[in-house]
Design a protein around this ligand. Structure first.
Ligand code: CA
Ligand code: CA
Length: 148
């Protein structure tokens, strides 16, 4: 099992009008969609183990794992670029063809929860999902996953 805590949400500056902090209606809708698409990755990741059940020293996808139906630990998500994006159940959302979910997973120092460290030696991971539309970042989300 894993424990999860949100640590950051960033909205791309390009969404805001020049010289104003008022977000436009279209940009607001895009931020809403981005929030939903990142939440799908969160939901998917909640079902994963912290370490791979069969090869826990490895970081990334293990041999024989060929897609989201096979992934079974959090770091299997590292480097995944999904476009069209996927839902929480792994189903591809073909009605959002110009949207992308990009996932990175890193190891964090267990004392500071800040410094990046070798993910093979720490029980703390930072998951970052960047949501883009037409190749432009709309929003990114970060959360920390720890082994229980
Ligand atoms: Ca795995
Ligand atoms: Ca793995």
């Amino acid at each position: 099992m894993i424990a999860v805590v949100i640590v950051g949400v960033g909205v791309a500056a390009a969404l805001f009008g020049m010289g104003t902090s008022v977000i436009t209606a279209d940009a607001g809708r895009d931020v809403l969609v981005a929030g939903i698409l990142s939440d799908y990755i969160w939901q998917y990741s909640e079902e994963l183990e912290f370490w791979d059940p069969e090869d826990n020293a490895n970081f990334g996808v293990e041999a024989g794992e060929n897609g989201f139906g096979d992934y079974d630990d959090v770091d299997d998500l590292h480097g995944q670029i999904i476009s069209p994006p996927m839902g929480a159940d792994g189903e591809i959302l073909t009605s959002f063809p110009n949207w992308t979910q990009e996932i990175t997973v890193a190891g964090l120092d267990p004392d500071s929860f800040m410094a990046l460290v070798n993910p093979g030696i720490t029980p703390v991971r930072r998951v970052r999902v960047t949501i883009s539309k037409d190749g432009r970042e709309v929003q990114n989300y970060e959360w920390i996953v720890t082994r229980l």
